[in-house]
Design a protein around this ligand. Structure first.
Ligand code: 5GP
Ligand code: ZN
Length: 112
Protein backbone atom coordinates (compact mmCIF):
# COMPACT_ATOMS: atom_id res chain seq x y z
CA UNK A 1 0.00 0.00 0.00
CA UNK A 2 1.28 3.44 -0.88
CA UNK A 3 0.81 5.02 2.54
CA UNK A 4 3.34 7.50 3.94
CA UNK A 5 2.67 6.65 7.58
CA UNK A 6 2.80 2.88 6.91
CA UNK A 7 6.26 3.54 5.41
CA UNK A 8 7.28 5.43 8.58
CA UNK A 9 6.03 2.50 10.71
CA UNK A 10 8.02 0.09 8.51
CA UNK A 11 11.15 2.24 8.98
CA UNK A 12 11.40 3.00 5.25
CA UNK A 13 11.04 6.73 5.97
CA UNK A 14 12.78 8.15 9.07
CA UNK A 15 10.96 10.03 11.81
CA UNK A 16 11.80 11.75 15.09
CA UNK A 17 10.27 9.16 17.40
CA UNK A 18 8.71 10.23 20.70
CA UNK A 19 7.09 6.93 21.76
CA UNK A 20 6.58 3.47 20.32
CA UNK A 21 5.04 0.21 21.48
CA UNK A 22 3.63 -2.83 19.72
CA UNK A 23 0.42 -1.02 18.73
CA UNK A 24 1.21 2.66 18.18
CA UNK A 25 3.90 5.12 17.14
CA UNK A 26 4.28 8.79 18.09
CA UNK A 27 6.66 11.10 16.24
CA UNK A 28 7.29 14.80 15.68
CA UNK A 29 5.37 16.48 12.85
CA UNK A 30 7.73 17.51 10.04
CA UNK A 31 5.99 20.90 9.74
CA UNK A 32 5.17 21.85 13.33
CA UNK A 33 2.28 24.25 13.95
CA UNK A 34 3.11 24.72 17.64
CA UNK A 35 6.30 24.41 19.74
CA UNK A 36 5.20 20.83 20.48
CA UNK A 37 3.51 19.05 17.56
CA UNK A 38 3.44 15.27 17.70
CA UNK A 39 1.49 12.78 15.60
CA UNK A 40 0.18 9.57 17.17
CA UNK A 41 -0.76 6.75 14.80
CA UNK A 42 -1.98 3.17 15.04
CA UNK A 43 0.43 0.65 13.51
CA UNK A 44 -2.51 -0.95 11.73
CA UNK A 45 -3.67 1.01 8.70
CA UNK A 46 -6.95 2.79 9.48
CA UNK A 47 -7.68 5.49 6.89
CA UNK A 48 -9.44 8.04 9.09
CA UNK A 49 -11.94 8.47 11.93
CA UNK A 50 -14.73 7.29 9.60
CA UNK A 51 -13.08 3.85 9.56
CA UNK A 52 -13.10 3.26 13.31
CA UNK A 53 -15.26 0.24 14.17
CA UNK A 54 -15.91 -2.00 17.17
CA UNK A 55 -13.39 -4.40 15.59
CA UNK A 56 -10.47 -1.94 15.55
CA UNK A 57 -11.31 0.57 18.29
CA UNK A 58 -9.07 -1.13 20.86
CA UNK A 59 -6.06 0.62 19.37
CA UNK A 60 -7.88 3.96 19.60
CA UNK A 61 -8.41 3.40 23.33
CA UNK A 62 -4.73 2.46 23.56
CA UNK A 63 -3.74 5.73 21.86
CA UNK A 64 -5.77 7.78 24.33
CA UNK A 65 -4.47 5.79 27.30
CA UNK A 66 -0.94 6.74 26.18
CA UNK A 67 -1.47 10.35 25.08
CA UNK A 68 -0.77 11.88 28.53
CA UNK A 69 2.58 10.09 28.66
CA UNK A 70 3.38 10.96 25.03
CA UNK A 71 2.57 14.64 25.69
CA UNK A 72 4.84 14.58 28.75
CA UNK A 73 7.66 12.92 26.79
CA UNK A 74 7.28 15.60 24.10
CA UNK A 75 7.77 18.32 26.70
CA UNK A 76 4.23 19.57 27.25
CA UNK A 77 3.78 20.97 30.76
CA UNK A 78 0.61 23.04 30.80
CA UNK A 79 -2.03 21.31 28.66
CA UNK A 80 -2.40 20.46 25.02
CA UNK A 81 -4.90 20.00 22.19
CA UNK A 82 -5.73 16.76 20.36
CA UNK A 83 -6.87 17.07 16.72
CA UNK A 84 -7.77 14.50 14.10
CA UNK A 85 -8.61 15.78 10.62
CA UNK A 86 -10.95 13.56 8.62
CA UNK A 87 -11.75 13.69 4.91
CA UNK A 88 -11.92 16.53 2.43
CA UNK A 89 -13.58 19.22 4.55
CA UNK A 90 -11.44 18.22 7.53
CA UNK A 91 -8.34 18.89 5.36
CA UNK A 92 -6.87 15.43 6.01
CA UNK A 93 -3.72 15.22 3.88
CA UNK A 94 -2.34 11.83 5.00
CA UNK A 95 -4.93 9.05 4.74
CA UNK A 96 -3.71 7.06 7.74
CA UNK A 97 -5.57 7.94 10.93
CA UNK A 98 -3.51 10.19 13.17
CA UNK A 99 -3.99 12.37 16.21
CA UNK A 100 -2.12 15.66 16.39
CA UNK A 101 -0.94 16.64 19.87
CA UNK A 102 -0.33 20.40 19.92
CA UNK A 103 1.09 22.37 22.83
CA UNK A 104 4.08 24.09 24.33
CA UNK A 105 2.36 27.49 24.25
CA UNK A 106 -1.09 28.97 24.79
CA UNK A 107 -3.04 27.93 21.68
CA UNK A 108 -5.66 30.06 19.95
CA UNK A 109 -9.22 29.61 21.21
CA UNK A 110 -10.45 29.34 17.64
CA UNK A 111 -10.31 25.76 16.31
CA UNK A 112 -11.59 26.25 12.76
P1 5GP B 1 -3.26 16.03 8.24
O1 5GP B 1 -3.19 17.28 7.42
O2 5GP B 1 -3.50 14.81 7.39
O3 5GP B 1 -4.18 16.12 9.42
O4 5GP B 1 -1.83 15.88 8.92
C1 5GP B 1 -0.75 15.31 8.28
C2 5GP B 1 0.48 15.80 9.00
O5 5GP B 1 1.55 15.00 8.61
C3 5GP B 1 0.84 17.24 8.65
O6 5GP B 1 0.82 18.04 9.84
C4 5GP B 1 2.24 17.13 8.04
O7 5GP B 1 3.09 18.18 8.41
C5 5GP B 1 2.71 15.79 8.56
N1 5GP B 1 3.64 15.11 7.67
C6 5GP B 1 3.52 14.96 6.32
N2 5GP B 1 4.55 14.23 5.85
C7 5GP B 1 5.34 13.93 6.92
C8 5GP B 1 6.57 13.20 7.05
O8 5GP B 1 7.14 12.68 6.10
N3 5GP B 1 7.09 13.11 8.30
C9 5GP B 1 6.48 13.67 9.40
N4 5GP B 1 7.08 13.53 10.57
N5 5GP B 1 5.32 14.37 9.30
C10 5GP B 1 4.77 14.49 8.08
ZN1 ZN C 1 -1.08 3.51 6.43
Amino acid sequence: MDCLFCKIIAGDIPCAKVYEDEKILAFKDINPQAPVHVLVIPKTHIACADEITSANSGVIAHIFENIPNIARLAGVKNGYRIVSNCGEDGCQSVKHLHFHILGGEKLTERMA
